[in-house]
Design a protein around this ligand. Structure first.
Ligand code: 6R9
Length: 656
């Protein structure tokens, strides 16, 4: 590890180092302190200016209509085409030769795609979808690996006004079927498979299985990626290379109403049925493009931007596809896993493509910490100038590691809080303005109104915790849950009157800056004390033995709930066999008691090698709670790897 020896390891809110913006970045930053002032003075005027960065076929008459709250309409009367804004307008402005994507397949095959080429490919695919009878308003399901055709498919849908629903390629046939049926898609775009962990991994069989019970699906468009054998249903299945290749490379992009549906993205949440989050065109593209430009400070002529996440996660939609392309930026797109064929793969790609901005999830950062700094140390990461984090609270320990070992102690780290529902980043530093605090997303971006409130909806004073809410609508907000307006109102707008309830706990520090504390469903109650899983996890990870930790509250006869921790040890600790499981548990229990207080001391600590995670790397605590409470496991369809749970169960008897 390359942390300075002897430096005190600090817990959430106790890490006291502060990181002001680098002067060169601040001097040329896209977004400045004036943006906060402008937005504070008139947030609708601020968003109107952000919308004007796009190309509208017809200007809007009114910025916001909130008269039907909580159903919002933004940029009323305006018409635009999302794909045109991501493609044609850059070509028309003379940037057709600029690279849109440096794509790298997991086996090492590569493609460089310019804006002009991407535009032509999207036009062909749009013509192909129309040839299959897809009309504006029809839903199209996309179940693909991380290949350029996935982006092409999404933009082709956007171009013809057919909302897409991208289903993460790691999900099961059952999960896919549920989503196809829920949004009534009649066309599915897929591939034979993708490359994962050094071998081809099939996708088409899951589509075949899913579609067997979706009688309305009439066409399955199949990209050949791996060359695997596929079963074929004549009359339904069509090869992409047959149909798309023969189409003309011109396609007139029709302008759609600002509120025309752009896509539906399903979130699993902690409960049963996934929610189809609906995003529309004008407001979504406005805020995604603005935040991508401001938070990542992108300079299209020289930056190489990389969101290392799956397109099937909202982060991929907003910050691989729509944001970067709307801004005409060059991106890296990588198909595979970070440890194939070696644990330095990401850093090799940063070096190879001279990536300047990297955006990823804390789970990845903690995995890299576990593997050790020797992997990034082998590569030249000097091109990087900015780092971002998304998906979970990033514990100060991981934040500092990221900044030092990946960012060369020179790159600002922006911790961006947002959700599938919010469409775009809402709480985040601005890299040219904010002094960063490791572990804090700081404050709402310009034009965003967030607060932390108590049970009765009253804002808490600085220094206190509560529930994170949004007090005003924002352009990229979800418009509804597909087919279920009541659930939309109940889930988000009923807990606190007139406010959007995000479902996250948060704290305001003495400066009023916001610290996210995880989902409120995950808050534990030990002898009447509310303890955040994030805080206990952060305390555990601040111990030199621990790489990753997941904490749940399990029913306890005396205390109501008891804290149960699952920990992954760091590479060096694991190899050195530093201590037996019992000693490790004793040591860590004492450490948590010292860092937070005896009340938070875990009742049990289990050393494991993997944790159950979703596509975005979020720990599925409800499954761990099932294990801790000795119950049958709940729904595992959204796990990336379900064998993880078997392994964890096997370790259970060694529990203290
Ligand atoms: C973008 C995304 C949303 C939930 C959200 C919160 C957690 C995301 C975070 C964060 C703390 C951050 N979350 N970013 N928590 N700090 N920077 O992740 O969307 O998959 O819908 O998840 O993720 O709990 O409510 P989604």
């Amino acid at each position: 590890m390359s942390e300075p020896a002897g430096e005190t390891l600090s817990n959430l809110l106790r890490e006291e180092r502060r990181f002001p913006p680098p002067p060169e970045l601040a001097a040329a930053a896209n977004a400045t302190a004036a943006d906060y002032e402008r937005a504070d003075a008139d947030s609708q005027a601020f968003w109107a200016a952000a919308a004007a960065r796009l190309d509208w076929a017809q200007p809007w008459e009114q910025v916001l209509d909130w008269s039907g709250a909580p159903f919002a309409r933004w940029f009323i009367g305006g018409r635009l085409n999302a794909a045109y804004n991501c493609l044609d307008r850059h070509v028309a402005a003379g940037h057709g030769d600029r690279v849109a994507f440096h794509w790298e397949g997991e086996p090492g095959d590569t493609r460089t795609i310019t804006y002009a080429e991407l535009t032509q490919e999207v036009c062909r695919a749009a013509n192909a979808l129309q040839a299959l009878g897809v009309h504006s308003g029809d839903r199209v399901a996309i179940y693909m690996p991380m290949i350029p055709e996935t982006v092409v498919a999404m933009l082709a849908c956007a171009r013809i006004g057919a909302p897409h629903t991208v289903v993460f390629g790691g999900f099961s046939a059952e999960a896919l079927r549920g989503r196809i049926l829920d949004c009534d898609a009649h066309v599915v775009i897929t591939s034979d498979g993708g490359h994962r962990r050094g071998k081809p991994s099939a996708l088409k069989p899951a589509v075949d299985e899913a579609v067997r019970e979706c009688p309305e699906v009439r066409s399955v468009l199949v990209v050949r990626r791996t060359g695997q054998e596929v079963e074929w249903t004549d009359g339904r299945d069509v090869w992409w290379h047959d149909l798309v290749a023969e189409q003309p490379a011109e396609h007139e992009a029709e302008a759609f109403d600002s509120e025309h549906p752009l896509y539906i993205m399903y979130t699993s949440g902690t409960t049963a049925r996934p929610k189809g989050i609906l995003h529309t065109t004008g407001g979504y593209l406005t805020q995604v493009a603005w935040t991508h430009w401001a938070v990542f400070d992108v300079k299209p002529e020289r930056d190489v931007f990389w969101t290392a996440a799956d397109i099937g996660w909202v982060t991929g939609h907003s910050y691989i596809v729509y944001g970067p392309l709307a801004n005409g930026v060059t991106s890296v797109l990588y198909e595979g896993t970070p440890d194939t064929p070696h644990k330095g793969r990401w850093w090799e790609l940063v070096e190879k493509y001279r990536a300047t901005i990297l955006y990823c999830a804390p789970t990845a950062i903690r995995t890299f910490m576990k593997w050790g700094a020797e992997f990034p140390d082998r590569f030249d990461l000097s091109s990087l100038r900015l780092l971002g984090s998304v998906g979970e609270p990033i514990n100060p320990e991981a934040w500092i590691w990221y900044r030092q070992n990946i960012g060369g102690d020179r790159c600002p780290v922006v911790d961006t809080w947002w959700q599938t529902e919010t469409g775009a980043q809402l709480i985040s530093p601005l890299p040219g303005v904010s002094t960063c605090k490791p572990g804090s997303a700081l404050r709402p971006l310009p034009g965003v109104h967030a607060d932390v409130v108590d049970d009765s909806g009253k804002p808490v004073p600085n220094g206190s915790g509560g529930y994170l809410v949004l007090t005003d609508p924002w352009p990229a907000m979800l418009r509804t849950i597909w087919g279920d307006e009541k659930r939309y109102v109940d889930t988000y707008w009923s807990r606190f009157s007139g406010m959007y309830f995000a479902g996250d706990g948060a704290k305001k520090d003495d400066d009023g800056d916001i610290w996210l504390l995880g989902r409120v469903d995950d808050v534990m109650n030990v002898s009447g004390h509310r303890i955040s899983t994030t805080e206990v996890e952060s305390a555990l990870v601040s111990h030199p033995l621990v790489a990753e930790a997941a904490v749940v509250g399990a029913t306890d006869p005396t205390t109501g709930q008891g804290v149960v921790a699952f920990v992954i040890l760091r590479g060096d600790a694991e190899q050195a066999g530093t201590a037996g499981a019992d000693e490790v548990a004793t040591e860590l229990r004492a450490h948590v008691a010292k860092e937070i207080g005896p009340i938070a001391r875990p009742r049990q600590i289990l050393v494991v090698t993997e944790l159950p995670k979703t596509r975005s790397g979020k720990i599925m605590r409800r499954l761990l709670r099932d294990v801790a409470e000795n119950r049958r496991l709940g729904d595992v369809t959204t796990l990336t790897d379900s064998s993880v749970m078997d392994e964890i169960r096997d370790r259970l008897p060694s529990a203290g």
